[in-house]
Design a protein around this ligand. Structure first.
Ligand code: ADP
Ligand code: MG
Length: 639
């Protein structure tokens, strides 16, 4: 029945997602994961549902357990609400499908919907009333722990109207704890498991944003900083931080539970008609995980990551809760924060035009800046009620959540920028050593081309490669390279670019010059021979007395002599031209030599570490190695 309803429903706007994040270098793009959790009916709601004995939507033992605050008396007389959210499977739900029996028998609903909306939504995960806290945790937040442990920031937030299960999902109750507890439990397990290799510090803070004011939930007198609340700071290095917020280092998950309960009791509660214990504030728990490898004697990276677990205030409009006066203002402020959140989400979804993201419009969005479009993996757990009482709210919430699926966040690891990851660094060294070996072989082969020194070169090569192997062993011990190394490398590469060209020019000038020399020599030799032969011939003619080329005598021998003279003149001209050109080539070679010298000097300068920077021996070696790679490849260019 439900499947049929789903088929009648509108086509999903997007296929269930599960596509891997597109990795781009060190950072990657990831969509926000959007999950929807439909809570069970409360006992009050159950009493208002049309009687449906044995219905699959009926109450379960667990539902009753959570709703035993109200008496379970179900007046069979009149049904005033109906179920409007039907979960189909792990990914699909239908909002307001037509009644299976007949539209006419539909129970009256508060909203003025004339027709069934019958909208099919597809989400990354859909949880029905039967889903346990652990199911929700495992399908949503657990994945974030992996990210946090590897140095990515992560955020999970619960969104939805008041009374739809946000606090239940995030905090839960002692008997059935929620995301915070389950996350911390696993985090502590992981910390214990990694104890031998790493030192891991876990610190947490808990704050609320209420009426655009930030309050510390873990200090007595909540506000901590008076009525103005705590201030938000934003800087390039640390992102967004809250000035003066207390940080706690819990020793166990039980301690976390205590902190959470304490914090929740400090939350600003105001009774509204929507939910007797509804919280009108946004509660943000931040768990900072700082890791350092333990391996003895080695320098290691420090990886930090923050997991933010956020219980947003109700998303309903102020009117829904029939508030007035102070409550109205509260409502307006909450709407301001959530409106700003919606605006940010809209802007972030609009990927084609690089729109301005209005993070600054509210405290909440400023705080969540790096949880939405920033450096973060994000999960949104959307909480909805299945009851028609929340018809408009649920419709809006689902539309909003559907839109949020399009947000893409850029995630990058929080390893200190001056530090490169060990594995990355080692593979770079390996690459370089291979490159050096390869270049050495190539250069040796090129050098040995004319002379028969192949054996010597090979011997030198193997000696060098033995050295390289030894150097490799040394280098393997290293664990870090500083940014300086990268900068130096870039500077050296820039300095080397003209060298490579000049080397090539120099080499070709030498080659062409050699070719000229060879032919000039040949021509000069020929010219000398010609001169000797010419003189001899003249002598011969003058000896016979018949030869006087200038007397205009028109005999054969004087004609030959004249032609020979013209010939000699032409050859002399050619010789002069060639000699001139040869000189130009020589100047080219000289010029490129100077270029090489000058740029080599500059490259050498570039390779020099600024006095303000202290490089370790290994890092120094790393720079030298880069230098050698560049030098060898320039030399190869000239060969
Ligand atoms: P919100 O924080 O969104 O205002 P709550 O988390 O306070 O809503 O939930 C309202 C009521 O519904 C609470 O009594 C809570 O225990 C109950 N509830 C919410 N979600 C569930 C659930 N998945 N299972 C059982 N009870 C739930
Ligand atoms: Mg709540």
């Amino acid at each position: 029945m439900l499947a049929a309803a789903a088929l009648r429903g509108r086509a999903p706007q997007r296929a269930p997602q599960g596509e891997p994040a597109a990795e781009t270098g060190g950072s990657s793009e990831a969509a926000i994961m959007v999950a929807v959790r439909v809570r069970p009916f409360s006992s009050k709601e159950l009493s208002m549902l049309p009687a449906e004995p044995g219905s699959q939507f009926g109450p379960t033992a667990r539902n009753f357990m959570n709703y035993n605050e109200a008496a379970d008396e179900r007046p069979q007389s009149k049904a005033t609400i109906r179920k409007v959210v039907h979960t189909i499977d792990d990914h699909v739900l239908v909002f307001d499908p037509p009644d299976e029996n007949d539209g006419d028998r539909r129970a009256p609903v508060a909203a003025s919907n004339k027709r069934h909306k019958d909208i099919r939504f597809v989400f990354d995960r859909v949880y029905g009333h039967e889903a346990s806290q652990r199911d929700v945790y495992e399908g949503t937040t657990r994945g974030l722990l992996d990210a946090v442990m590897t140095g990515y920031n992560a955020t999970v937030f619960a969104y939805g109207a008041t009374g739809c299960g946000k606090t239940y999902t995030i905090s839960g109750c002692p008997a059935d704890p929620g995301v915070i507890f389950l996350t911390m439990q696993e985090l502590f397990e992981r910390v214990a498991a990694a104890q031998d290799e790493k030192t891991i510090e876990v610190a947490l803070s808990y704050l609320e944003v209420y009426n655009e004011t930030i309050r510390d939930l873990l200090v007595e007198d909540g506000a901590g900083a008076g009525a103005a609340g705590l201030a938000l700071r934003e800087d390039a290095k640390q992102g967004v931080t809250v000035a003066g917020l207390s940080e706690h280092v819990p020793s166990s998950v039980e301690r976390v539970m205590e902190l959470m309960v304490r914090g929740n009791s400090n939350r600003t509660m105001s009774p509204t008609e929507a939910n007797a214990v509804s919280s009108r504030s946004h509660a943000v728990m931040q768990v900072h995980v700082r890791q350092k490898a333990r391996a003895g004697g080695l320098q290691t990276d420090v990886t930090t990551a923050t997991l933010s677990i956020i219980d947003l205030a109700g998303s309903e409009r102020a009117t829904v809760t029939k508030n007035n006066g102070a409550r109205m203002r509260e409502g307006a402020n909450i709407n301001r924060s959530l409106l700003a959140l919606a605006n940010c989400i809209n802007a972030l979804c609009d990927q084609k035009t690089k729109r301005h993201i209005p993070y600054r419009d509210s405290k909440l969005t400023r705080l969540l800046k790096f949880s939405l479009g920033g450096n973060c993996r994000t999960v949104m757990i959307t909480c909805v009620s299945p009851a028609s009482t929340y018809y408009e709210e649920t419709h809006n919430t689902l539309k909003y959540a559907n839109r949020a699926k399009n947000i893409r966040t850029t995630v990058a690891k929080n390893t200190k920028s001056t530090q490169v990851h060990l594995a990355q660094y080692q593979s770079k060294i390996r690459e370089q050593s291979d490159e050096i070996k390869r270049l050495q072989q190539e250069v040796a082969a090129l050098k040995s081309r004319p002379a028969a020194t192949a054996a010597a070169a090979a011997a030198a090569g193997s000696r060098n490669s033995a050295q390289a192997v030894q150097a490799m062993a040394e280098l393997r011990k290293q664990t870090q390279a500083v940014q300086v190394v990268q900068d130096l490398r870039n500077k050296m590469a820039t300095a080397y670019a003209p060298i490579r060209e000049a080397k090539w020019e120099h080499a070709s000038a030498l080659m062409v010059g050699g070719w000229y020399d060879h032919h000039l020599d040949a021509l000069k030799g020929w010219r000398e021979q010609f001169e000797t032969a010419f003189q001899e011939q003249q002598h011969l003619f003058s000896g016979s007395g018949a030869m006087d080329i200038d007397d205009g005598a028109d005999d054969g021998s004087s004609a030959i002599a004249r032609r020979s003279l013209v010939f000699r003149q032409q050859v002399d001209e050619l010789l002069r031209d060639l000699t001139r050109e040869r000189k130009t080539i020589g100047r080219h070679a000289e010029h490129s030599t100077q270029l090489i010298e000058r740029n080599s000097y500059m490259a050498e300068r570039a390779a020099q570490v600024p006095p303000s920077v202290q490089l370790t021996a290994e890092q120094r070696y790393h720079v030298d190695q880069e230098y050698r790679v560049l030098d060898l490849s320039a030399e190869r260019g000239g060969l």
